[in-house]
Design a protein around this ligand. Structure first.
Ligand code: NAP
Length: 336
């Protein structure tokens, strides 16, 4: 009788990860307010999400832009917690790094200020392993103790943006007694909810379209988007998670492994499964902007220690499931 479920604000509701976070929170009884830059997209996004939940009426949208401080104060009013997922995720890195760094950092601070103004105690920040794995060493296993070193001169604008934003968030939380939790996902795969699938399935798309004849020796820790969403909810609901960073990954795969996994499921697709020598990849990187940003990591194994997340009950599915279900969704949605 009259019991009102907590309301969670989820920023960037049009995005790949945020869409799954919305579904995860709805399926656990929360009221959800999602933010959109372009509120005209609300009805269309609702129609897409409605296929995956029977609680669509518990979802509302408001408009907010990372660069507009007032929009966040308005958006946060009446909410109990925030998942701050929105940040620029460019497929191709911009000429001017501030195009991504400034909105990432300013937006994060705007969201945290709005939390303070509304008396919200806990904010979950979707950071990235980008803020973790480019520090003093370039291979091995990385933990929540590792930080990307901003003084390095080989960082992409995106990597810098995630590092700067997370650093700023911890600084703000310390000064304002806010319960911040960071989640640092690796490459997020798993099912797209709509044909406009966002940036992170681009690698699968390019593979499945046969865009490259051979593959650079690049490897990534991978995590399924559904498990990323579950971890967002878990850290919100776990009191002792406050103040921690949670590395969010479940298995390292080379590009060639990813290609072979998809090829096994879809033998008719022309998927390359041969690796190119690193020198060739470096030359290709001069011409292909999508590859250029990854060149520093050619041949490197950057593994992730996910044990703190496991310790709070996270049970991620295997990386191969994330690959397979991501690929299948692109076929089901007729993207490939
Ligand atoms: P995505 O689908 O591209 O979503 C990004 C979201 O951010 C979109 O909703 C976008 O809104 C919003 N956004 C960007 N600039 C904005 C601005 N100026 N004002 C308001 N909203 C803005 O990417 P995603 O993969 O879901 O990424 C979500 C978060 O996860 C990001 O913080 C990203 O850094 C992090 N992450 C992603 C991965 C991955 O592999 N995907 C890995 C680690 C971390 P519009 O639709 O209006 O553009």
């Amino acid at each position: 009788i009259g019991y009102i479920m907590p309301k969670v604000l989820i920023s960037g509701a049009s995005g790949f990860i945020a869409g799954h976070c919305i579904l995860e929170m709805l399926s656990h009884g929360y009221e959800v307010r999602g933010t959109l830059r372009d509120s005209a997209r609300g009805e269309a996004i609702k129609a897409i999400l409605a296929d995956y939940t029977d609680r669509i009426d518990a979802l509302e949208f408001v408009s907010a832009d990372l660069m507009n401080e007032a929009s966040w104060v308005e958006a946060a009013r009446g909410c109990d917690s925030i998942l701050h997922v929105a940040s620029p995720v460019p497929v191709v890195q911009p000429e001017d790094e501030d195009d991504v760094i400034v909105p990432a950092k300013t937006g994060t601070i705007n969201v945290l200020k709005a939390a303070t103004a509304s008396g919200i105690k806990r904010v979950v920040l979707t950071s990235s392993v980008a803020a973790v794995t480019s520090g003093s060493r370039d291979s091995g296993t990385f933990t929540d103790q590792d930080w990307t070193d901003l003084s390095r001169n080989d960082l992409s604008p995106y990597v810098k943006s995630k590092t700067v934003a997370e650093r700023a968030a911890w600084e703000y939380a310390k000064q304002h007694d806010l319960e911040l939790v960071a989640i640092n996902p690796a490459l997020v795969l798993g099912p797209a909810l709509e044909a406009d699938y966002g940036s992170s399935l681009e690698a699968l798309y390019l593979l499945m379209r046969g865009s490259y004849p051979i593959l650079p020796k690049l490897g990534f820790e991978i995590v399924d988007v559904r498990d990323v969403a579950i971890l967002h909810r878990l850290v919100l609901e776990t009191p002792e998670a406050a103040g921690n960073r949670y590395m969010c990954a479940n298995g390292f795969r080379w590009f060639v492994d990813i290609a072979k996994t998809i090829k096994t499921e879809h033998p008719r697709l022309k998927i390359p499964t041969q690796e190119m020598p690193n020198l060739v990849a470096k030359i290709a990187g001069v011409f292909l902007k999508e590859i250029k940003q990854f060149l520093p990591d050619l041949g490197r194994v950057k593994a992730i220690d996910n044990s703190p997340a496991l310790a709070i009950g996270w049970q991620p599915r295997d990386a191969d499931i994330a690959i397979r279900d991501g690929a299948q969704s692109l076929i089901d949605l007729k993207v490939v």
